[in-house]
Design a protein around this ligand. Sequence first.
Ligand code: GDP
Ligand code: MG
Length: 440
Amino acid sequence: GLADRLQNTLQKIRGKGKVNEADVKEMMREVRLALLEADVNFKVVKDFVKKVSERAVGQEVLKSLTPGQQVVKVVNDELTALMGGEQSKIAVSNKPPTVIMMVGLQGAGKTTTTGKLANHLRKKQNRKPLLAAADIYRPAAIKQLETLGKQLDFPVFQMGDQVSPVKIAESAIAKAKEEHHDYVLIDTAGRLHIDETLMDELKQVKETAKPDEIFLVVDAMTGQDAVNVAESFNEALGITGVILTKLDGDTRGGAALSIKAVTGLPIKFVGLGEKMDALEAFHPDRMASRILGMGDMLTLIEKAQSSVDEDKARDLQKKMRDMSFTFDDFLDQMGQVRNLGPLDEVLGMLPGANKMKGLKNVQIDEKQIGHVEAIIRSMTLNEREQPEIINASRKRRIAKGSGRSVQEVNRLIKQFEDMKKMMKQMSGMMNGKKKKGGFK
Ligand code: GDP
Ligand code: MG
């Protein structure tokens, strides 16, 4: 994928004590190919390569003490700039309800995202949205929204499939006023391709509903097509923001990198799964460093500096370097990391975390942390320091002692090993060079 290719390319230059034009040229050739292969718009790639190349041979790099890393930073900066500023604020009308219209092609994820967005509005902003089912064409579309509404405990407004979407939108808004909903999310119909009938109908809904936001939902897996779709919808309707779905899938990343540059439209949210909580505000800087495999290292380090004991942090770094990190440190660190924020978020920030299949699907919650702690506390000191001695009978004993299952014990040991690998990688990055036999 894009991330792998860019990471490999940048890995080569990162450790260099000196960077000359030939190095940069070689690097940029690979960066360019990686971007094109990821289906990033050709013109966007061209501009990007030009900008990075200029900066990479400029004074800021030459004069720096660590030119290799500086080049990586330039790439990171420019990728961030490409994706625009942070834009996840949702409009608030001073005459409630605030109306949000969801548009896009069929299958892009409009209905799902309508549910996710309502969930987001309630969770993050304490809002009380009403969902409106205005897709009268797709069989079972109304039912789908109703099911989501029931699951999330949101009311869903519908008038069956014999009433026009315009009328449905209008009535939903009236109803929201009556019942004091502060947001109305209108789920509309899509087509497999952009066509005039679809656009005309959406235009009519827009005229009547006067939405405060028109969110275009696009499937990230469609690459450059997503960009074309965004242009057409924007021309016809005036989109206020893009929500990029299915970024959890095996996407090539092209859409995320091209949309803003080509259309000028900000990506506001990204969908990262089918579940209702799999919607995240889009942070260009985080996305860039995720692509470059740096996780949110910088954010994490900044955060860590403010909330982690400095001596402990230094100690930890040394342990990471020596690979003498034990389950006891793990316990200790969990306590500290907890102060940084929700754990899954924190782990998501760690470099390489996105590559670790084991980690990706683990929803880490506080209860689970309790379980993990129980398991580690049931280990002997020796076991904590040398997990490799934990054989089957020890596992059974630990499971019994902690009141957890042997599978959970196994899983934790596996996670611990993964984490150790990750730390090794992280410490490699901190040193700015790759050790022989180190991480791939
Ligand atoms: P609509 O036709 O635009 O309303 O699309 P739907 O909301 O019905 O979604 C189409 C399919 O995409 C469904 O199976 C969704 O579960 C799935 N989907 C939507 N968003 C995401 C996402 O962010 N990630 C993944 N993996 N699947 C998604
Ligand atoms: Mg739908």
